[in-house]
Design a protein around this ligand. Structure first.
Ligand code: AMP
Length: 168
């Protein structure tokens, strides 16, 4: 997303989008590609052994050691598996707070050809987020790692807050 690319440009972090990696994986013709495609279309969370391995391979390939991991972990199983497999825990977690109706409008307006940007899947994604992803945010909150950003502002104003959170 645009917030990530600004952080990449300004601070030289390596941006890894779990969703982008999963979408590339599903198009690569690998044997679990169909399973991943089906889960994304239904707004479900792919088992961590797939996602963590994709992230780990991308981290190694970059040759760098500072990462901005976008859209992950999505549930507690993701979080625990990532920490166990890589031995890495985040320094800071950016949480973009935004009302569902605003998010829905933005998702339906973007034309990226995604199989999950339709009203039916969007509703499922919101429910999965509340049920499974919010507990991850709460876990990191208990460790004082969460920077909550108002995601309803304009992209440039959001970045001012993202930048401040990053340099803190
Ligand atoms: P994005 O919105 O680019 O973060 O793409 C995320 C989409 O990929 C989600 O809505 C899910 O359908 C799917 N996805 C499934 N499992 C995961 C996961 N463990 N981490 C990130 N994205 C996932």
């Amino acid at each position: 997303c645009m917030q990530s690319s600004k952080l990449v440009d300004e601070f030289g972090v390596v941006h890894l989008s779990a969703g982008d990696l999963l979408r590339a994986h599903m198009k690569s013709g690998s044997k679990d590609g169909n399973m991943v495609a089906e889960m994304i279309k239904n707004g479900q969370i792919v088992p961590s052994h797939v996602t963590v391995s994709l992230l780990e391979a991308a981290m190694q390939k970059s040759g760098k050691d500072k990462f901005l991991i976008d859209g992950f972990p999505r549930n507690d199983e993701n979080r625990a598996a990532f920490e166990k497999q890589t031995g890495i825990a985040p320094v800071c977690v950016l949480f973009f707070d935004c009302a569902e109706d605003v998010m829905q409008e933005r998702l339906l307006a973007r034309q990226e050809g995604r199989t999950d940007d339709n009203i039916e899947t969007i509703k499922k994604r919101f429910k999965v987020f509340k049920d499974q992803s919010m507990p991850v945010i709460e876990y990191y909150e208990s460790q004082n790692k969460v920077a909550k950003i108002d995601g309803e502002k304009s992209p440039d104003d959001v970045y001012i807050d993202v930048r401040n959170a990053y340099i803190k």
